[in-house]
Ligand binder design. Structure first.
Ligand SMILES: C[S@@+](CC[C@H](N)C(=O)[O-])C[C@H]1O[C@@H](n2cnc3c(N)ncnc32)[C@H](O)[C@@H]1O
Length: 222
C-alpha cells in the first residue's frame, strides 16, 4: 500500500469539513504523508504504521509514493474525473506540496505523528472528538476482509467522542461497492451508533463521492 500525501484542501472536500468540525481534537488515521495535521495545527494527531519507519525511510516512502501514484493515475486515467483538481498536473503539484509540508512538520513537531495500526490504536477511549479516515477502510476491501473492517470500525468508534468519517466507501481501482458495508452499518446501529452516507464536494475516483459518517453513542463528560 502506498503512503500517499493528500492536502488539507483534499481532506476538507473529502470530509465536507466545517469550522465547527475543526474545533476539537481530531485523529487522522491513516494519515500517511498527508499534510492535514501540518496545515491544521495542534488539534490533530496523525497515526499510521509507516511512522515506525523513522523520518529517513519514511521520507523515501512518501516521495516514492508520489511517483508511483502519478503512474497509477496515468495507467487508469479513464477511472477518474478531473473537475475537482482541474488537471493531472495540478493534482500532482498538490500532492508534492502536501508531502513537503508533511515532512517539514514531521521534523518540527514529531510528537504529532504516532506509529500505530488499526485495529489497535495507541489512544485512549474518547481521546478525540472527530476521526477522519481517508483511503484505508473500504478502499482496500479487496485485501482487508470483513472481520478486519468490523474491528477497525469498532476501534475508530472507541477513540472518537462525536463522529467518525470515512472516505471513500468504494473499492480502489474498480470503484465497486463494498458487499459488507450495510451489514457493518447495521451492527453499529445495534450498539447505538447511527451512520449515514453523505455526498461530499470532492470528485476524483468514479463512484467515490460519498463518505460514511458514524455518530458515536453518547459517553459521560470528560
Ligand atoms: C492510501 S494511504 C492514505 C494516506 C492519507 N490518509 C491520504 O489520504 O493521503 C494508506 C495509508 O494506510 C496506512 N495503513 C496501512 N495499514 C494500516 C492499518 N492497519 N492501520 C492504519 N493505517 C494503515 C499506510 O501506511 C498508508 O499510509
Amino acid at each position: 500500500m502506498l503512503v500517499t500525501s493528500r492536502s488539507a484542501a483534499e481532506y476538507h472536500a473529502m470530509f465536507d469539513l466545517t469550522p465547527d468540525d475543526l474545533a476539537g481534537p481530531i485523529l487522522d488515521c491513516c494519515a500517511g504523508g498527508a499534510s492535514f495535521a501540518a496545515e491544521t495545527g495542534g488539534r490533530v494527531v496523525a497515526v499510521d504504521p509507516a511512522y515506525a519507519l523513522g523520518p529517513g525511510e519514511l521520507a523515501v516512502r512518501v516521495r516514492t509514493g508520489l511517483d508511483e501514484g502519478d503512474r497509477m493515475i496515468e495507467r487508469n486515467a479513464d477511472r477518474f474525473e478531473w473537475g475537482w483538481y482541474g488537471s493531472p498536473a495540478r493534482r500532482a503539484e498538490m500532492r508534492r506540496e502536501a508531502a513537503e509540508l508533511f515532512l517539514a512538520d514531521l521534523e518540527g513537531r514529531p510528537e504529532r505523528y504516532v506509529a500505530g495500526a488499526l485495529p489497535d490504536l495507541p489512544l485512549a477511549s474518547g481521546a478525540v472528538d472527530l476521526v477522519l479516515c481517508s483511503h484505508l477502510l473500504f478502499t482496500w476491501a479487496d485485501q482487508l476482509g470483513e472481520d478486519w473492517h468490523r474491528r477497525a470500525l469498532a476501534e475508530l468508534v472507541r477513540v472518537a467522542r462525536r463522529e467518525v468519517r470515512i472516505f471513500p466507501v468504494v473499492v480502489q481501482g474498480t470503484g465497486d461497492p463494498v458487499a459488507f458495508l450495510d451489514r457493518l452499518r447495521a451492527e453499529l446501529d445495534d450498539v447505538g451508533c447511527r451512520s449515514h452516507l453523505r455526498d461530499v464536494p470532492y470528485r476524483f475516483q468514479r463512484g467515490g463521492d460519498q463518505m460514511l459518517l458514524v455518530e458515536c453513542a453518547p459517553r459521560p463528560k470528560r
